[in-house]
Design a protein around this ligand. Structure first.
Ligand code: UDP
Length: 483
C-alpha cells in the first residue's frame, strides 16, 4: 500500500443508476482502494443493495483497503416515477415506447444534487468521479473546491466519433439517413450512416442535455476512461489533443476482479448457479462455445428471440444464451421453438435473466461473444481475448462496433445496420452465419489470433509498469499533490 491510513486521498464515485454504469464504477472504486485511496460509492437504496455484498467481500479479502457506500434518498413516486424505479433496469432502453420514462428518469436524477452537495461539504473529498449523465455535478463539486472527474463509460474511439460528427456534421451532407459517409476529421476512414450514428438533434431534449454534458466536461478537472492506450492509441491521442485536454486511461476496469467470487458477484444476482455454469463449460472443448448476451438494458421481441433460437440450432455450435425479457412480455415461453431445449441440451445453455458474464467470458471453453457492443461488454470481451459477433442496438454502440470490426478487426457484424427501435429483424440465417463464422469460419483463425493478442495486451496494461497502471499512478500523484 502506498500511503498511511491518515494520508489517504478520498474519492467519491457517483454512477448513473444503470448496471452498465454502476458495475464499472464499483470496479473503479475497488481499483482506487487497492492503490491506497479511500473510495466511497454514492447511490440510492435499491442500487446500494446490489453493491453491499461485493463491497463486503472485497473488504474481507483486503482488510487494509477502504471502500464504502453513501446512500442517497430517491423518492420515486414523489418524483413522478413508478414505485421502485431507482434504475433503468426495467426501462427497455433502446425501444421507442420507453422513451418518455427514460427521459423522466434521466431528468429526475437532478433531485440528488442537494444530497450530493451536503455530502461533499461535510466530507471534503479530494475528488468526485461523477457520471456524464450528471452534468450538474461539476458545479456542485466546484462550490466546495473539489475537482470533478467525468466518467463516460465508453471508448476513446466513440468519444472522438461523437466529437467529429458534431464539429463537421458529415451526416448533413448526404442524401438519406442510410447513405454511408466517412466521419470527417477522424483518423482512419471510418464509414457510418446517420441511422447508426444516433446523433441527437440540438433542439431536442436529448440534444440540449448533451450540450450541458459537454459544457460540464469542459469545466471539469478531466476524464477517466475505461480503456488502455495500446487498444486505441490514435484515438486516445486525438481525444487528448482536440476533445478533452486531460484524460487518464485506467482500464480494462473489469480486470479489477481477480477472484472467483468477484467475477461471479458482479452486478445482479445470477440466475444460474455459478459452479454449475463452470461445470457445464468444463465439459466443452476449448474455444468451442459462443456466448450471447446483450447487456443490461435490452430485451428483444418474441419474434427476434425465435430467429436467434433457430439460428443457434442450425449453426450446430455450442452456446450459452442469456435471455432477458421485460415484465410486459410475461412468463410465457412463446419465444422458444417447441422442443428447442431438448434438442440442444448437449450443446446449449439458456440463462434466463442475469449471467455471471465475466466468469463465463474468462473460461477457456468460450470461443466467441455475440454482443450489443455496450462498452463494458466490448472491453470484457477484449480482456478475455475473444473475437466477437457485433449486434449494435442504440446509444454509441455502432461506433464501438466500427472499432471492433474495422479498426481492431476482431468482430463480424451480424447484419445490424440501424437502431433496433427501427424494428429491423435479424434473420435466423444471419445469426447462423455469424455464429459459424466467429467460431469456425474462413477468417476465424486470424481473427482469434488478433483477439488473443489484444487480450494479452489488456492484461499487461493493468499490471505494474503497464500503460493503464502508469496512467493511474499519474492521476493518483496529481490528486495527492493537491491535498
Ligand atoms: N452483465 C452481466 N450479466 C448479464 C448482463 C450484463 O454481468 O447478464 C454486465 C456486463 O458484464 C457488463 C454490464 O452488465 O459489465 C453491461 O454493460 P454494457 O456496457 O455492456 O451494456 P449496457 O447494459 O450498458 O447496455
Amino acid at each position: 500500500m502506498s500511503s498511511e491510513v491518515s494520508e489517504r486521498i478520498h474519492i467519491l464515485f457517483f454512477p448513473y443508476m444503470a448496471q452498465g454504469h454502476i458495475i464499472p464504477s464499483l470496479d473503479m472504486a475497488k481499483l482506487f482502494a487497492s492503490r491506497g485511496a479511500k473510495s466511497t460509492l454514492l447511490t440510492t437504496p435499491i442500487n446500494a443493495k446490489t453493491l453491499e455484498k461485493p463491497i463486503e467481500a472485497f473488504k474481507n479479502q483486503n482488510p487494509d483497503f477502504e471502500i464504502g457506500i453513501k446512500i442517497f434518498d430517491f423518492p420515486c413516486v414523489e418524483l413522478g416515477l413508478p414505485e421502485g424505479c431507482e434504475n433503468v433496469d426495467f426501462i427497455n432502453t433502446y425501444q421507442h415506447e420507453s422513451r418518455d420514462l427514460f427521459f423522466k428518469f434521466l431528468f429526475s436524477t437532478k433531485y440528488l444534487k442537494q444530497q450530493l452537495e451536503s455530502f461533499i461539504e461535510t466530507t471534503k473529498p479530494n475528488g468526485l468521479v461523477a457520471d456524464m449523465f450528471f452534468p450538474w455535478a461539476t458545479e456542485s463539486a466546484e462550490k466546495f473546491g473539489v475537482p470533478r472527474l467525468v466518467f463516460h463509460g465508453t471508448s476513446f474511439f466513440s468519444l472522438c466519433c461523437s466529437y467529429n460528427m458534431r464539429i463537421h456534421k458529415p451526416h448533413k451532407k448526404v442524401a438519406t439517413t442510410s447513405t454511408p459517409f466517412v466521419i470527417t476529421g477522424l483518423p482512419g476512414d471510418i464509414v457510418i450512416t446517420a441511422d447508426q450514428a444516433n446523433v441527437a438533434d440540438e433542439e431536442t431534449p436529448m440534444g440540449k442535455f448533451m450540450k450541458e454534458v459537454r459544457e460540464s466536461e469542459s469545466n471539469s478537472f478531466g476524464v477517466l476512461v475505461n480503456s488502455f492506450y495500446e487498444l486505441e492509441s490514435a484515438y486516445a491521442d486525438f481525444y487528448r489533443s482536440f476533445v478533452a485536454k486531460r484524460a487518464w486511461h485506467i482500464g480494462p476496469l473489469s480486470l479489477s476482479n481477480r477472484e472467483f467470487s468477484e467475477k461471479a458477484g458482479r452486478g445482479k444476482k445470477a440466475n444460474i448457479d455459478e459452479q454449475e455454469c463452470l461445470k457445464w463449460l468444463e465439459s466443452k472443448t476449448p474455444g468451442s462455445v459462443v456466448y450471447l448476451s446483450f447487456g443490461s438494458g435490452t430485451s428483444f421481441t418474441n419474434e427476434q428471440l425465435l430467429e436467434i433460437a433457430f439460428g443457434l440450432e442450425c449453426s450446430g455450435q455450442n452456446f450459452i444464451w442469456v435471455v432477458r425479457r421485460n415484465e410486459s412480455q410475461g412468463e410465457n415461453e412463446e419465444w422458444l421453438p417447441e422442443g428447442f431445449e431438448e434438442r440442444t441440451k448437449e450443446r446449449g445453455l439458456i440463462i434466463r435473466g442475469w449471467a455471471p458474464q465475466v466468469l463465463i467470458l474468462d473460461h477457456k471453453a468460450i470461443g466467441g461473444f455475440v454482443t450489443h457492443c455496450g462498452w463494458n461488454s466490448a472491453m470484457e470481451g477484449i480482456a478475455a481475448g475473444l473475437p466477437m459477433v457485433t449486434w449494435p442496438m442504440g446509444a454509441e454502440q455502432f461506433y464501438n462496433e466500427k472499432l471492433l470490426t474495422k479498426v481492431l478487426r476482431i468482430g463480424v457484424n451480424v447484419g445490424a445496420t440501424e437502431l433496433v427501435k427501427k424494428g429491423k429483424l435479424i434473420s435466423r440465417e444471419e445469426v447462423e452465419k455469424a455464429v459459424r463464422e466467429v467460431i469456425a469460419g474462413e477468417e476465424a483463425g486470424e481473427r482469434q489470433i488478433r483477439a488473443k493478442k489484444l487480450g494479452e495486451m489488456a492484461k499487461a496494461a493493468v499490471e505494474e509498469g503497464g500503460s493503464s497502471y502508469n496512467d493511474m499512478n499519474k492521476f493518483m500523484e496529481e490528486m495527492n499533490g493537491r491535498k
